[in-house]
Design a protein around this ligand. Structure first.
Ligand code: NDP
Length: 293
């Protein structure tokens, strides 16, 4: 292996410890505890598990959490009423609406409703708009892309002037990751399902962020020697040797890529743990803005 492994688990733990320490300092100073409110509609097992992990993380870091669980057939009005109530509740620092919502609900309208000072997921149009504009700062940066950039910065990858290629243009990962890299003065190419000759584009990348949800699609010979490879993908593949019968792999073929890259994130244990760590950081930040020290 030539690549340096980027240990997302350890870096996320360090972020969590910093957040917990600051939460403790605020409590000692008599400040309000940061509180994260999650809104879940329906019972998708992955969404239930994400919301549960977020609540657990709050507890571990000394923060409060409240959860609003609406039935899968909840109406748009029910969901909007839940968000409005959380907007109006001074005890709630941050609000996260777990995505994806059931198809009958209007995601854009719901995300627009969240008070931007409580938009700890960073998905409200105002926060994303600010991220996209030169010289403007969003109040909150979306957690997974924020985690990707944080990992690069922690291991000392130079972003300014680098050729960065982002695979994927989703609202929650690819596009905000590209905007963050542009904001840090990388030259960014965003690829998607209609991009021609993906391997050739990837070979230009000093920084490659893969967020396509395609099992190990990025091969070792797509990678420029020495590049930093951030693998956001989480794909489940059958594995009879595991008790669960499956294992998680990324969008990058790790075994091939680690022989070529300069830095690489593993899956699991790379970007995954960063998402919740950055959510905790954003929730603390919300509390700090609403109730400054
Ligand atoms: P989406 O399905 O919303 O977006 C996938 C993107 O990849 C789209 O832009 C799509 O292009 C592009 N794409 C799909 N297939 C190809 C292909 N063959 N060649 C080139 N581009 C392609 O996914 P998400 O952004 O939500 O998630 C991406 C991955 O990241 C998933 O594996 C997901 O599980 C993981 N993830 C991990 C998180 C974490 O905490 N680590 C958090 C969120 C997601 P087009 O726009 O043309 O359709």
């Amino acid at each position: 292996m030539t690549a340096q492994l980027i240990d997302g688990k350890a870096i996320a733990q360090q972020v969590r410890e910093e957040v917990a320490a600051e939460v403790g300092r605020r409590a000692a100073a008599g400040k309000r505890q940061p509180v994260l409110a999650t809104v879940l509609v329906g019972d998708r097992p992955d969404s239930v598990s994400y919301v549960t992990s977020k609540g657990k993380a709050c507890q571990e870091l000394g923060m409060g959490s409240v959860s609003r669980h609406l039935p899968g057939d909840a109406t748009q009005a029910d969901l909007e009423a839940a968000v409005r109530a959380l907007n109006a509740d001074p005890a709630v620092s941050g609000i996260l609406v777990q995505l994806p919502l059931p198809a009958h609900l209007d995601e854009e309208r719901v995300l627009s409703l969240i008070n931007i000072e409580k938009d700890v997921d960073g998905f409200s149009p105002v926060n994303i708009g600010r991220l996209a504009q030169k010289g403007r700062e969003p109040l909150f940066v979306p957690c997974t892309p924020y985690g990707c950039i944080y990992l690069l910065e922690q291991v000392g990858v130079k972003i300014e002037g680098a050729n960065a290629v982002v695979l994927g243009r989703s609202n929650i990962v690819g596009m905000p990751a590209a905007l963050l890299l542009i904001g840090r003065n990388a030259t960014v190419t965003v690829c998607h399902s209609r991009t021609r000759d993906l391997p050739a584009v990837c070979r230009q990348a000093d920084i490659l962020v893969a967020a396509i949800g395609r099992t190990e699609m990025v091969r070792g010979d797509w990678i420029k020697p020495g590049a930093a490879v951030i693998d956001v993908g989480i794909n489940s593949v059958p594995d009879a040797t595991r008790k669960s019968g499956h294992r998680l792999v990324g969008d990058v073929n790790f075994d091939e890529a680690k022989e070529v890259a300069g830095w690489i994130t593993p899956v699991p244990g790379g970007v995954g743990p960063m998402t919740i760590a950055m959510l905790m950081r954003n929730t603390l930040r919300a509390a700090q803005m609403q109730d400054p020290a």
